[in-house]
Design a binder for this molecule. Structure first.
Ligand SMILES: [Fe+2]
Ligand SMILES: [Fe+2]
Length: 352
């Protein structure tokens, strides 16, 4: 019997089902996946739709999420060979181009990588608006929605960053592996950050199965993880991936401190808060390693990657701001409404 089984932390092995389509592109992708990958051809109308789609809209973001998920855990009843089917990769490429163009257009750019990372060390006046709302005026159902949104990434925490490892060398690679080792629990499955988040979800009465809430979240949530997959899966964007990772580690420490306080405010116990308390300590170290030993070393070796590192840092701020705006627009409305496509069942489930 493995340690996992003995300690009751058996990994989640359920494979998600395909989500419901939300428009022409996601419909096209879901329809393709129902067929055999060998007999499939790219539909030129879908390619045109991908080029003209709203880059931050539900349809394109869900379609991209489905394409990327084939590289992670896949979907129940979808042939694993779809992962490398040229027809789907062509459609995904058109959607990625639309998304990447929008990320570039929505950020100021530049090549001062150290400068943009330094800026993150000084928090702007309005930082932490979501945890502040949750502490001052938030309700339990809103906290549960927040966790459902974040589960799309945290249940595969650090997976998108692992794609970059073979694209690095020497000190930058060794340093990134050290950070990833922590993210994956330092060799202990029950300490993996994805597992700690699953524990928190269970404490809040939520379904901790991988991908359980993908069908309920809107585009701003999907765009955060899609951006990571986009940067991670393209060697040409390795600079953007490490820039994103450094930005995430710098901003996660203060954010984790705030969310630990939110959970305390709602009376969530130690098993539930461990995900955030772990990040307060860990990310103070990860931030230093990413800045100095990954970004610093990589740019010393190849200064041409500086603009991509800046893109990764700024795009992280862009997608996170869109997500925050969405949550607050829903929750601070005169009649507060759900930030999900449908309210979560059992509004008071898990309430301490
Ligand atoms: Fe983590
Ligand atoms: Fe971290």
């Amino acid at each position: 019997m493995s340690d996992d089984v003995a300690t009751g932390t058996a990994p989640d092995v359920a494979v998600p089902s395909l989500p419901e389509p939300r428009g022409r592109l996601s419909e096209a992708v879901v329809t393709m996946l129902a067929r055999s990958p060998s007999s499939s051809r790219t539909c030129t109308r879908s390619l045109a739709a991908a080029r003209g789609a709203d880059p931050f809209g539900d349809d394109l973001q869900l379609a991209l999420h489905i394409c990327y998920e084939l590289h992670y855990q896949g979907f129940d009843e979808v042939d694993a060979a779809w992962e490398w089917a040229p027809s789907l990769l062509e459609l995904r490429g058109a959607m990625e181009s639309t998304f990447l163009t929008a990320l570039r257009a929505g950020t100021p750019g530049g090549d001062d990588a150290a400068g943009v990372l330094d800026e993150l060390l000084v928090e702007p006046a309005g930082a932490g608006a979501v945890p502040r709302h949750l502490r001052q005026a938030g309700e339990w159902w809103q906290l549960r929605e927040y966790l459902a949104h974040r589960s799309v990434y945290h249940l595969k925490e650090a997976d998108p960053h692992a794609w970059v490892l073979p694209r690095l060398r020497g000190r930058a690679k060794a340093a990134l592996v050290a950070v990833e080792f922590d993210e994956f629990g330092g060799g202990r499955a029950e300490r993996m950050h994805s597992r700690l988040f699953a524990d928190l979800m269970e404490e809040a009465g939520l379904d901790s199965s991988y991908g359980a809430y993908v069908g309920l979240v809107h585009a701003p949530t999907l765009a955060i993880t899609n951006m990571m997959s986009l940067f991670g899966l393209h060697r040409s964007l390795r600079g953007a991936l490490v820039g994103h990772f450094a930005a995430a580690e710098i901003t996660t420490g203060p954010s984790a401190r705030r969310f630990a306080a939110v959970l305390h405010h709602f009376g969530v116990g130690e098993r539930g808060t461990r995900f955030y308390t772990e990040h307060i300590e860990a990310d103070a170290v990860h931030e230093q390693v990413l800045r100095r030993d990954v970004v610093g070393v990589l740019l010393a070796e190849d200064p041409r990657l500086a603009a991509d590192v800046v893109l990764g840092v700024q795009a992280t701020g862009l997608v996170e701001q869109r997500f925050e705006n969405h949550l607050l627009a829903c929750w601070r409305a005169p009649a507060p409404r759900t930030s999900l496509r449908r309210p979560l069942p059992g509004a008071s489930a898990g309430q301490p």
